[in-house]
Design a protein around this ligand. Sequence first.
Ligand code: GDP
Ligand code: IMO
Ligand code: MG
Length: 423
Amino acid sequence: MPNVIITGAQWGDEGKGKIVDFLTETADVVVRGAGGNNAGHTVIQGGQKYVLHLIPSGILWKDKTCVIGNGVVMDPMGLNAEIDKLRGQNVIINEANLFISDRAHIVMPYHRGLDQRREILLAAKKIGTTGRGIGPAYADKIERRGFRFIDAGDTPVFRERLEERLDECNGLFTAVGLPKLEIAQVLDEVLPAIARLVPFRTNTSMIVHDAITAGKSLLFEGAQGTYLDIDHGTYPFVTSSNTTAGGAITGTGAALRKIDRVVGVCKAYTTRVGSGPFVTENDALGDRLHNMGREFGATTGRPRRCGWLDTVMVRYAGIINGLDDLAVTNLDGLDGVSEIQVCTAYTLDGERLTVPPATVDEMARCVPVYETLPGWNCDITAARKITDLPTNARAYLDRMTALTGLPISMIGVGPDREQTLVA
Ligand code: GDP
Ligand code: IMO
Ligand code: MG
């Protein structure tokens, strides 16, 4: 299998974890290059549910190498908790199958406080972050005052820099009524957590390079999605990293020219967690999906906002990521919807748009142009090949390809690994 980047084509939660898990069978190495434990990737295998936050979904397969790359921001307490939880589910995690970049930045307890503070100050305009400290950790990285994994440990320099930073943060916390963080408390929490992870620490760019040179197959597991990208997303209602395909390069040290394929994962409809404009939002569809027990956040448990498929977004995601093909998940979410709406363009102040506008104010004023397609009105979760799908479901997928310009390579008809059809 070639080297493949898997990226979200919408606002995250497209089912990347499930698609990565499915493709891992034929891969050797699975690498994360961006985001942190704001991500929540669900994999269901043989009825057992696993939720991955920082660890690549490939860990569920035996004998695969998993890498947390330099572009990830790593919460040491969160990662230890994730390792313990997965081990409790009999997943093997050790120094032979998990490697963490020595250059990855650490998410510190005060980053979570800063995240909270910012949301308090933004009040009604809040971003609706996951509260995991992701934005402040990336901000410190860019401001060149973060702690990389290699820099964090029980040394006088670390203690001194930490104390200075805590002093600054505590002033900000008390001003908005948040509790101060004491240095002793932070050290007690962070140092043992980091020490436990040191055996996994290495220069992961060399692991990636050596695997590529040896002709192994690499899968780059995206986190979040195109419209949460700090550059290309619905700014400022975005996360703080490059979630698009380029992040898989800068965030892992992989050579750009060694990538053979970029797959965009998208739902057959659209969801979003957190604030920000959502052109095709539809509460009736949301109620329907929530009543089926679906579309609750894997990280925060928040109900996801839901709406119709927006092909303006997916087509543009194809352009930005250079997508070769699409993996369409949750097609079964539309089972029983008799009339399915698909957004083909937007109108804004009388003008027709086929590319998302640059500002959220404009995006909020965009009116979707819909095309109505007939539903299939039956349960498709038992389908195992494309020809098992009803004609209207196949026509829906064909229309997606016509509107986005992207061929469909995989189709999800249920959450389980085996409910994935290869086109
Ligand atoms: P990720 O963050 O992109 O990995 O996606 P999440 O795991 O946050 O959310 C996707 C949700 O959809 C999870 O609950 C998956 O188990 C579920 N899922 C993925 N593909 C399918 C599918 O084809 N059908 C159904 N019913 N559920 C799916
Ligand atoms: P996966 O990898 C969906 C959203 C948050 C919020 C915004 C900023 O599971 O697809 P942050 O905590 O990153 O500063 O929050 O981004 N967000 C996600 N939404 N899936 C995710 O990850 C997300 N990670 C962040 O809800 O709107
Ligand atoms: Mg998710």
